[in-house]
Design a protein around this ligand. Structure first.
Ligand code: SF4
Length: 353
């Protein structure tokens, strides 16, 4: 799931801009803290594959917080201003607030966000806020308990997620975004109830088209509900007005209820791809840098990091990777091909949405 922020263009501390082959600047770094999750969402981490005996990364295979800070510092030097912590489920890392504090101290980081399924958020929301977390995005695919269970692999509960949202609000983390992956025949019939629940709350619900991420969700175009169709369904209930993007590269198309009920967004990677402004790099928990959510290969940073490459050497590697970047998978996606002969793509749980 792809992220954004609510203020004007970022200030680049290093003053550097590193642009790829399509002229897109490196601005966002998504950092996966670990490959584990307490959910088993079928569109990301189906239980059939990720069962109890599945071997996830050992701690020694994962980057340490110190190594993550080193990569982030180097990336900021190349123009990154936005950092997002993700997973798997990042709050399974009990020291996440400490890492947030370290990242928040990096000069030039003007946006520090976290993506979580919300079930572990309640006890740490205040600590994350005081550590410097700016915003949080919480995945909540339905308020219907049965549908929620179906989409989370029977893990967690709606109540736990709502408690997490309430705790983030009490802690003063703002804005709070609610990400909803909409799958035809699974949760599309519960979207209006979820929107109704969050209208007037100040939280921003973003409806995300179901994507062919990874290799295991058996994606089919028929299960995609185009954002245009959802918008029509919403407008039949509440008039909305399109509002501009907050900045180039923002992935969501933003709308506001004309009655003041707040903002909603649509992330339409399948029917309205937005690769043209994509400024996102992704770091997996084992230190592989990917330049696209649908990448088929990445660049190992852990080995050079652990062999004393140093920050200057690391900067050369990152810069080289980004300068030769030309990814635009969503613009090139051919749904029938994507369904019939899926590429061997990186799994989403390894790099976050
Ligand atoms: S380049 Fe890749 S990550 Fe960026 S918007 Fe396109 S598909 Fe998504």
């Amino acid at each position: 799931m792809e992220a954004d922020r609510n203020t004007g263009p970022p200030a680049v501390a290093s003053g550097r801009t590193t642009a790829d082959r399509l002229g897109r600047p490196l601005q966002d770094l998504r950092i996966s803290l670990l490959d584990r999750c307490n959910f088993r969402c079928p569109y990301c981490m189906p239980e059939s594959t990720f069962h109890a005996d599945y071997e996830f990364l050992k701690r020694s295979q994962r980057l340490t917080h110190e190594e993550i800070l080193t990569v982030a510092r180097v990336a900021v030097g190349l123009g990154v201003t936005k950092l997002r912590l993700t997973g798997g489920e990042p709050l399974l890392d009990k020291q996440a607030p400490d890492l947030v504090a370290g990242l928040a101290d990096l000069a030039g980081v003007d946006d520090l966000a976290l993506t979580t399924n919300g079930t572990l958020l309640e006890p740490v929301a205040a600590a994350l806020k005081s550590a410097g977390l700016k915003r949080v995005t919480i995945s909540l695919d339905s308020l219907d308990d049965d549908v929620f269970a179906r989409m989370s692999g029977g893990r967690g509960s709606v109540r736990q997620v709502l408690n997490g949202i309430a705790a983030a609000e009490r802690a003063g983390i703002s804005p709070i975004k609610i990400n909803v992956v909409v799958q035809r025949g699974i949760n599309d019939h519960t979207v209006l109830d979820l929107l109704e629940y969050f209208r007037g709350s100040g939280h921003i619900v973003r409806l995300i088209e179901y994507m062919d991420v990874g290799n295991r969700n058996g994606w089919r175009m028929e299960e995609v509900v185009p954002s245009r169709e959802l918008l029509e369904m919403i407008e039949a209930r509440w008039p909305v007005t399109a509002v501009g993007r907050n900045y180039p590269g923002e992935v969501a198309r933003r709308y506001e209820y004309t009655d003041g009920g707040g903002e909603i967004g649509f992330i339409s990677s399948v029917t309205e791809p937005f690769c043209g402004n994509c400024s996102r790099a992704r770091l997996s928990a084992d230190g592989v840098l990917y330049t696209c959510l649908f990448a088929t290969r990445g660049t190992d940073l852990r080995t050079p990091l652990r062999h004393g490459v140093g920050e200057a050497g690391l900067a050369e590697i990152l810069e080289r990777v980004w300068l030769r970047r030309s990814d635009r998978y969503s613009e090139q996606r051919q749904p029938e091909v994507a369904a019939a002969q899926p590429l061997s793509k990186v799994e989403m749980y390894r790099i976050g949405g």
